[in-house]
Design a protein around this ligand. Structure first.
Ligand SMILES: Nc1nc2c(ncn2[C@@H]2O[C@H](COP(=O)(O)OP(=O)(O)OP(=O)(O)O)[C@@H](O)[C@H]2O)c(=O)[nH]1
Length: 579
């Protein structure tokens, strides 16, 4: 990437890229002439024919993308003829070679000026979409007000309680009239509502139509319903429902949706890898996407891609179709054979307009095809939509469905990465295993649903109270794992101890009975334990000692065998307060 980009205005970049394209044009035409000179009638030199085809193809695509449409006609004619030759549908004759020479001459005669690229209806638009307000803001879900409307009082009470565990402020309404009144008084961040009410089978969407018209409600709405048929879903979409969740409701799913539609999740900017051998065009696309707040890396040769993907966690790859040495479909196939990249979205950006060739190129499992020249807004939208979808699918894959925490495998993978990084930068790191005490008794006494509430409450406590760069996972049933990045053992000890004391204070209610729970924790630190495996084993043993020592305590793992120091055992406490 050009370092000067930060200080250049978009107009300056535009003009620089156009200038660069024009300055390379004579060289490219010279290459075309030299290649043509090696060819005679009936030639079977596929390499030369392919290089020529790519050359004209690139000229057509880049020329159009930079607004020089007069390039398009001669470059396209040459490209198409060469494509037919390569497909075996056209023979290389003297007449064809003459025509190709003439097309190069025509291109050489064009009087192109970087400042004069307005002769095109396809001119790339540099009026970039404004970033959505608040897109950069970190999100504190505790502030977000959600209105929940359903005529099933048990459901709204239960769902409101569960969403509260995830930090949402939820106001339940058992009737549409009550919801209507509340919306007139205060606008929520989102509405969750049933489709069917006593007023009618689609009373929910109808009420929403009215609220949008009457009360000017702009907040997004998630429909929940016992119905999962097309008619109900269609009616919900027509009422501009943002999402549709059939009952029984999965809390984590609805939390993910709320995070997304209330647009306040602390979002990492999208990471996009551009693969294009045309530096200028790659830089143009990079500039467009960077202006929309994305982080971009550029590979100008396919063999750079694996290295870049290894260090740059891409949400999406934008790639050219025709590149020297390795085509786009070949590169896509290479990526699809690597387990980490099987679901990585890949979009071609190419001036190939032949539908058959587009389909053929897509067959290797590529997600989209954008035809050059592509308007800046369209490029940003296509990339953003696919990257958002990828993020959502990925979040569902790596997270536990009850608590929304990272699942067992994911947290262990993170631990490997965190240990490697701690080693590299020579910083400490701690790993904690946390297990709710006598949890079976909670389930047996209050029921599984209440047990789930306790699990969600603890997961929420861990997520909200730990630092942003700490990672929390659900290790097993009632067992959690925390990676405390850049924390020495004493600091980690204090953090987990504070959490332990806080959690023991939480009062849970079930059928008007109150109870509290505690947890035990085992803590191991890097570098005393030098690998992910050693850390998990040591933390597990420390947890065992915490349980054995009476529960409701934090125990530190010691690198060498010996008694646990008194300071490590924080409390000699009794069993949790379960009646
Ligand atoms: N509600 C609920 N319970 C679960 C879930 N996953 C595991 N459990 C329960 O967690 C309980 C774990 O019990 P044990 O391993 O005997 O441990 P404990 O009762 O917590 O006792 P200690 O760990 O020795 O303090 C079992 O009853 C599991 O059924 C879950 O997703 N939801």
């Amino acid at each position: 990437m050009t370092p000067a980009r930060d200080t250049e205005s978009l107009d300056q970049i535009k003009s620089r890229l156009r200038g660069s394209f024009l300055s390379q044009l004579p060289d490219r035409l010279h290459q075309a002439r030299a290649l043509l000179a090696t060819l005679g009638p009936g030639t079977e030199d596929r390499d030369a024919l392919q290089t020529l085809h790519r050359l004209f193809h690139t000229l057509k695509g880049s020329g159009a993308s930079f607004g020089f449409t007069s390039i398009e006609a001669p470059a396209k004619a040459a490209e198409q003829a060469l494509a037919q030759v390569l497909d075996g549908r056209l023979a290389v004759t003297e007449a064809l070679l003459t025509r190709l020479h003439e097309q190069v001459d025509t291109l050489a005669r064009l009087d192109l000026d970087p400042a004069d690229a307005s002769d095109t209806p396809h001119r790339p638009s540099f009026a970039l979409p404004a970033r959505r307000p608040g897109a950069d803001r970190g999100g504190d879900r505790r502030e977000r007000l959600i209105y929940l409307c359903d005529d099933d009082p048990d459901l709204i009470q239960q769902l409101a309680q569960q969403l509260a565990c995830f930090g949402y402020q939820v106001r339940p309404f058992p009737t549409l009239a009550a919801l209507h009144e509340a919306i007139r008084a205060q606008t929520p961040a989102a509405v969750i509502m049933d489709v069917t009410f006593p007023e009618g089978p689609f009373a929910g969407p109808e009420a929403l139509d009215l609220l949008r018209e009457d009360a000017g409600l702009a907040a997004p709405c998630v429909f929940i319903s016992n119905r999962d048929d097309f008619a109900a879903r269609l009616r919900a979409v027509r009422a501009a429902g943002a999402a549709y969740c059939p009952k029984p409701i999965k809390t984590v799913e609805i939390v993910e949706i709320l995070d997304l539609i209330t647009d306040r999740t602390p979002t990492e900017p999208f990471h996009v890898l551009i693969v294009d051998d045309d530096r200028d065009l790659a830089e143009y696309h990079a500039m467009v996407l960077e202006s929309a707040g994305m982080v971009i890396r550029v590979a100008t040769a396919p063999d750079q891609v694996l290295g870049l993907l290894g260090t740059f966690s891409a949400d999406l790859v934008l790639m050219d179709l025709y590149m020297p040495d390795c085509s786009g479909p070949e590169l896509a196939r290479v990526l699809r054979q690597i387990p980490d990249y099987t679901s990585l979205p890949i979009i071609y950006v190419s001036s190939e307009t032949n539908m058959d060739r587009q389909f053929e190129a897509m067959e290797v499992g590529v997600d989209g095809f954008l035809t050059k020249p592509i308007a800046a807004e369209r490029l940003v939208t296509e990339v953003r939509l696919r990257a958002e979808r990828m993020r959502m699918l990925h979040a569902l894959m790596v997270r536990d469905s009850l608590t929304g925490l990272f699942n067992h495998n994911t947290i262990l993978q993170f631990l490997e990465v965190a240990v490697a990084s701690a080693k590299r930068v020579d910083r400490p790191l701690c790993f904690a295993m946390i297990d709710i005490d006598r949890f079976k008794q909670v389930n047996d006494t209050y029921g599984h649903a209440t047990g789930d509430q306790v699990l969600m409450a603890l997961s929420r406590t861990l997520k909200l109270r730990l630092r942003n760069n700490d990672l929390v996972g659900r290790y097993g049933g009632e067992e959690f794992a925390v990676i405390l990045a850049d924390a020495a053992i004493d600091e980690a000890h204090r953090i987990i101890e504070t959490l332990r004391a806080g959690f023991a204070e939480v009062v849970f209610t079930s059928d008007d009975r109150e109870f509290s729970c505690t947890f035990s924790a085992g803590l191991a630190g890097f570098p005393a334990f030098a690998t992910a495996e050693a850390l998990t084993e040591a933390a597990d043993q420390a947890l065992y000692r915490a349980k054995d020592g009476g529960r409701n305590r934090v125990v530190l793992a010691r690198a060498e065998a010996g008694p646990i120091p008194d300071a490590a055992v924080l409390r000699e406490t009794e069993a949790p307060n379960i009646p």
